[in-house]
Design a protein around this ligand. Sequence first.
Ligand SMILES: NC(=O)CC[C@H](N)C(=O)O
Length: 305
Amino acid sequence: MTDTLAAFLDTLDADIRARADWGAVASYIPELARIDPAQFAISVALADGQVLNAGDSETRFSIQSVSKVFSLACVLARIGEGLWRRVGREPSGDRFDSILLLEQEQGRPRNPFINAGALVTTDELLAGRAPREALSEIIGFVRASAGDDDIHIDRAVAESEKATGYRNVALANYLKSYGNLVNAPDLVLGTYFHQCAIEMTTRQLALAGRGIAGLPGAPFLLNGVKRRRIAALMMTCGHYDGSGDFAFRTGLPGKSGVGGGILIAVPGRASVAIWSPGLNAWGNSKCGTEAAERLARFTGWSVFG
Ligand SMILES: NC(=O)CC[C@H](N)C(=O)O
């Protein structure tokens, strides 16, 4: 299986590069707008400990909203279920940065993976501490999960988003007006922009996802209930208003980021990281989604049997 999977990943990489229909990089964060869209990488961490890689799997990219999986895991692991009083568990059917439902639903975001919900999650993680402490908790969690200390925050990306992230500023202030932010909006936003600016290779990200996929030997294993809940939210909300399409095409829980990354948990079998910075209309990686669909079809991996 491993040999044929390794050969498949090489073919996949070659096919994606040959078609060269990459999609457009995110332009609202100036530092991301400069990235060459013509890049692709895939890494698969298997239950037996092997990691298979193809493409640009040693290139670091901005994980952006994939970080929401790790901030949620930190909150659930350390603080617990109180978060659900402040954030829901339903798909929103709206864009990742939408403000629409927040007014209708009195400032309680639909789920922790849209921006509004992630800001509340980060607020919960801050819990009156300095942003530096919350950030070192998230990055410490990511490093421990990956078994790799060479994972860092790209400060230029964080500053770039801070300079232009007007919609997130609006969301944070709106949440605060409903009493659903404890800390000052500025502190929450600063922490959130820095967590989104964590940069990793697909190899590091696949390794970091092992705990959520429940792989044996993962350095940091969440308990079964939390793991399954995080994966359920990835499946239903991890690709925003494109979540149904991703679930339909892959049958797997995945979380995307506007940097073009996707983390996929194949429970008990594999943790997969894919990166291609060009995006589709929903703001999810265009070639990354295609690669995920082809991988699911090739392996037969699906949570639906
Ligand atoms: N979809 C994303 O990856 C969005 C993350 C980005 N930092 C934002 O808040 O807009």
